[in-house]
Write a protein that binds this ligand. Sequence first.
Ligand code: WQD
Length: 338
Amino acid sequence: MNVLLTGGTGYIGSHTAVALIEAGHEVVLLDNLGGSQSEAVRRVERVTGRTVPLHVGDCADPATVDRVLGERAFDAVVHCAGLKAVGESTEQPLRYYRNNLDAVLALCEAMGAHGVRRLVFSSSATVYGDPETVPITEDMPLSVTNPYGATKLFAERILADLAAADPAWHVISLRYFNPIGAHPSGLIGEDPDGEPNNLFPYITQVAAGRRAKLRVFGADYPTPDGTGVRDYLHVVDLAQGHVAAIEHLADEPGHRVYNLGTGEGTSVLQSIRAFEAASGRPVPYEVVDRRPGDVATCYADPSAAQRDLGWKATRSVAEACVDAWRWQSANPHGLGSG
Ligand code: WQD
């Protein structure tokens, strides 16, 4: 299939580009390079041995998406572009609503105008808020606690209404749990700007000596060791989930949502120990107060994706730690190190 991938130079997007190409699809990228670098495209080309066209532009701009969609007969779009920092979204709500929702609206309008009505959307487990029970299934209540999560929830509603109004639309929203790790080549990986918000890139930078120690946000949660439990999913498994989704779009009319997770929970302390084992480096840490908005436990029931899409995570947290360490060691300053 001819696929337009937005956000294709980002962490999830670059791994998804590799997975799509390796599955035999033709991929064109659209990215505003707001949170990533064009070097990522060269890395995707090195991994796949293929030329990957990149349009640098804003998918929230109607003229841009109309121009790009007019350049070739795309079969589907995978929409990964978006602002994604929870904390930042609470400080800059209008920027998040404008950017993330304008992109979905502009993209869908341009897709409709060009007769492209197959879409895979990057959603997030954050739409479940603080779940009553775990593991989480797709039919559980949705509630959001921050503007970033709200943009994902609202985008899913937009897509559901669009698909309900026009049965020609086939849309799958993928609710990512916690992506971690890097491509085993060590050529692409997570390359956050500034201080990482998320646990694993922070642990990686502490192990590399780029940061002095990890702050563990609370050790008094009702969990086995008191620290937060999450469903950490290898980013290559996540990327392959997009391939499974796009290849099932034809038989999935309407709007469908799927959890992409391992179905297993891992705590912060377990994550630290796993990374120390993978890197052979100590990860010093200090327990501090809980981070506002954090939930104790969140992990997926991924059985719907396995049933309908034939997708199941196969890589472990330990494997993700090894791959993340290989990426960090080969790129001590991220993609900026050339
Ligand atoms: C994981 C655990 C923290 C950092 C977020 C977004 C979610 C999605 C994934 C986009 C928690 C603890 C973390 C640190 C710590 N992003 N932690 N010290 O919060 O589950 O999910 O990223 O879709 O939308 O909410 O991930 O990696 O930030 O935190 O102790 O320096 O690690 O308390 O228990 P989270 P996270």
